[in-house]
Design a protein around this ligand. Sequence first.
Ligand code: DPP
Ligand code: ZN
Length: 855
Amino acid sequence: PVIIRRSDYRAPDWLVPEIALDFTLDAQSSRVRARLSVTRNGAHDRPLRLDGDGLVPREVLVDGRALNAADYALEDGALVVPLTGEKHVVETLVDISPAANTQLMGLYASGGLLCTQCEAEGFRRITFFPDRPDVLSRYHVRMEADRKLYPVLLANGDPVGAGELEGDRHWAEWNDPFPKPCYLFAMVAGDLACNADSFTTLSGREVKLGIWVKENDLPRTGHAMTALKHSMAWDEKVYGREYDLDVFNIVAVADFNFGAMENKGLNIFNSRYILADPDTATDMDFDAVEGVVAHEYFHNWSGNRVTCRDWFQLSLKEGFTVFRDQSFSADMGSPPVKRIEDVRALRAAQFQEDAGPLAHPVRPESYMEIGNFYTATIYNKGAELIRMMALMLGEKRFRQGTDLYFDRHDGQAATCEDFVRAMEDGGDIDLRQFRLWYEQAGTPRVKALLAHNHASGEARLILRQTIPATPGQPVKQPMAIPIRIALFDRASGKHGGDTLLTLTQAEQEFAFTGFDTPPILSINRGFSAPIIVETERSQDELAFLSAHDDDPFARYEAMQQLMVNTLVGDVAGHPLDDAPVIAAIRDTANDSALDAAFIAEAIRLPSESYLGDQMAIVDPDAIHAARDRLQAKIGKALEPLWRDIHARTEANGFSLSPQARGARKLRNAALAYLAGSGAADADDLAFDQFDRADNMTERQAALAVLSNSSGEKREIALDVFYNRYSGDALVLDKWFQTQALAFHPDIVAHVKELAQHKSFTLTNPNRVRSLYGAFAANQWAFNHKSGEGYRMVADLIIALDPINPQTAARLVPPLGRWRRFDVERGEMMQNALKRILAQPGLSKDVTEQASKSLA
Ligand code: DPP
Ligand code: ZN
C-alpha cells in the first residue's frame, strides 16, 4: 500500500475555480455530469489528474469536444487528461449506484433518502475531481429526480431555481457563492419534513434555518434547533463570527459513518445527534446533540471559511472546533462538570491511543488511509493544544490571535503552523518550543516533588518531565507545559493564590516562601495540560484536597486519586484502608454547597479501563474484582445515605434544568451503589425506577443496573424495553449497548447471542458500534481469558470490512493493546490481528490499522 507523507506536499497542478454538477437521481443508478473550469497552476507540463474511485467515464469532453478513450488514461481509478493550454473546460459523465454503496462514502441510499458524505475522500466516488482540500471551487448544482420519492432536493448554498418536469419528475438548482474544497460538497434528496425557524445575525441579516427529518421524527428536533440558535449567537459574541449565507440546513440520516458533517450550508447528521426527547434520549444524549450541532456549525468558520491545506492539517479544523464546542457547552451548562467529562473522555480514548501502537502526533507525518486519522489525538488532544495556548495568552490576547487567524486566512487552505503563527503575532507570545506539541506523540509524564524547609519557610517544587517513546519517535525533547498549581495551608484549608508555571526543561525547580508547615500541593488545576502527573501525596493529603480544593477539577481529581490508590493497592495485593475513601464520598455527598451533578461525578469510581491504565500489565479480572469489592463496601457502609438520595431525588415531572439533570445523575449513582451493596431489594428498586421513569436517563440507568443482575427482573426489563422501543432505532441501540457494557457473568454469551438477534445488522454503523464498540470498551468482558472476545471482534471486522471498511477499521485498536496484557492474552490478540491481515482483498483501512497494531 502507498504511504502518503506530509513532506511530499506539492501545490496542485491544476485549479478548478468553477464546477457545474448535473445529477439525474435514482437509487439504483444515478447519472452525474460534471463540468470543470480548470486553470494551470504555475509553469509545468503535467496533465490534469482527476481522482476517481470505482468510476467508469462514459464521456470525456475538453472544451466541448469528445475525447476518444485513447486520448486519456485511467490510473488507479484516476482520469488523466493531457491538456495543452492554460485554461480549459473538462466535462465528464459517469453512472453511480447509491443503493449499492454500503461504504456510506460518496452518494448513498439511507432509509429511502439519497445523501452524500465526502470527507475525507468520498467525492471521488461521485465524480472525477482533484480530491484534495486545497482545490477550492464555486459549485453550481442541478438535481433532477422523481417527485414522489424525492420531493425535497437540497444542496450547499442558496436555492436558485426549481420546477416540474414531465413523468412526475422535478428539478432544483443550488448555488454556493463561497469557494470550497470538494470534501464539503453535499446533496440530499428525499421525503423529508422541516422544522423551519430563523435567526437574525449581528449585522441584522435574516437566516432561514431548517432541520430536515422523516415526518414522524419532527417532534424530536426542538432541542437541536435551540442548540443551533444558541451556537449562532455564541460564535458572534465569543469569536465575532457571523453566519454568511441566507440559508442553513441540517438533515438527519440513520446510516452515517461519522457523528455529523459540516458541509457548507447543508450539514448532514447522524440522526443520533439531532433527535432528542425525554422519552428516548438521556441527558447525555441531549448534551451530545447540543455539542455536535454546535461543533458542525462552528466549522463554518473553523473549517469552511478557513480550511486545511492537506489532511495532515486535520487538527487545524478539528482540534480548534472541538475546543470551541467544549467552551460553548461549558457556557451553556456547568463549566466544572463539562471539564470533568471532557478529561474523562480524553483519558479513556486519547491517552490509550497515545500509549499504544497507533500513537501519532496531532499533526501526523504519514498515513496510508486518512479515514483512520479521525482520532482522539487529532480531535481531543488537538483541542487541548488550543486550550493551552488560550490559557497562556489569556482571554483578550487569545481573541486577538483568533481574529488575526480568521482575517489572514479567510478563503484559504491553511496549516497548523499558520494557526500558531497567528497566535504569536496576534497574541504577542513566543511559541517556538510549544510547537513540539504538534510534532511529538505520547502523553508527557510530569513527576512532582514538593520539599519544605522549616527554618526558611520555603517550599520547593521540583518538576520532571519525560515523554515516552512512540512508534517512529524513540527520543523526545522537553516541551513547554503550562501547569496551574496552588499550595494549601493545612490549618486554614486555604491557599495564597493560583499560579501558572510553565515547565520548559526536563527538570525545573520553583521556590515559594512563607510556609511554616509543609503545604499541600494542588497541581494541574483545571487540567491545564494533557499530561499524566505523578505525585507522592499521601491518602491524607488527597482526602484534604477532596474536601477543600476550590478548583473543582482538582477536587474531583484528588477524590479519583484516592480511589485509584485504594483499588490499585488491592489489585497489587497491598490493600489500603478503605476508610478515607468512604469518608470522602460521604462528606462530598453531604456537602450542601456542591451541586448534584458535581457530586455525582466526584463520588463515581474510576472505570476499569482507567485503572488498567495505571498498571504496567493490565489484569482485567483482578481489577474487576477489586472495583466490585470497593463498590460493595461503599454501598454497604453508606446504605442509608444512598437510600435517602435515591428517594429524595425522585423526579416530579421532567425538566432539563441543571437542577433536575443533576438530581437524575445523582439518583442513578445512588442506585448503582445500592445495587453494589447487595441489598436484597436492589433489583426491585431498580425495576421500580425502570418502570416508573418519565425519562430515558433514569430508565436506561435502571436497565443497566438490572443488566448486571442475575435475578429474574433482568430479562423482564430487557423484554419490556425491547418491545416498547422496537420501532425506534436509536433506542434499540441503547438496548444493545447496555447489555454489551454489562458486568454479567454470562456477558460473552449474551453478546454472541445479540449478534444473531433479528434487530442486529452490519449495514448500520450505529448498530455495529452499539454492540461491538461497547463490548470492546468493556475491559473485563472483551479480555475474557478464553479469548472469545478477541475472536468475536476479529470475526466482526472480517465480516464488516467488505461492507464498510471505515467502520470496520475503527474496531481494530482494542486488539492492538496486546502489549498491555499478559502473555496468553497478548498472543491471542496478536493471532486475531494476524487472522484479519490474512484475509484476501482486505481494505487499506483495516490493513493499516491491523498491521500497525501488530508492529
Ligand atoms: N464530520 C466530522 C466532524 O465534524 C469530520 N469533519 O468532525
Ligand atoms: Zn469536526
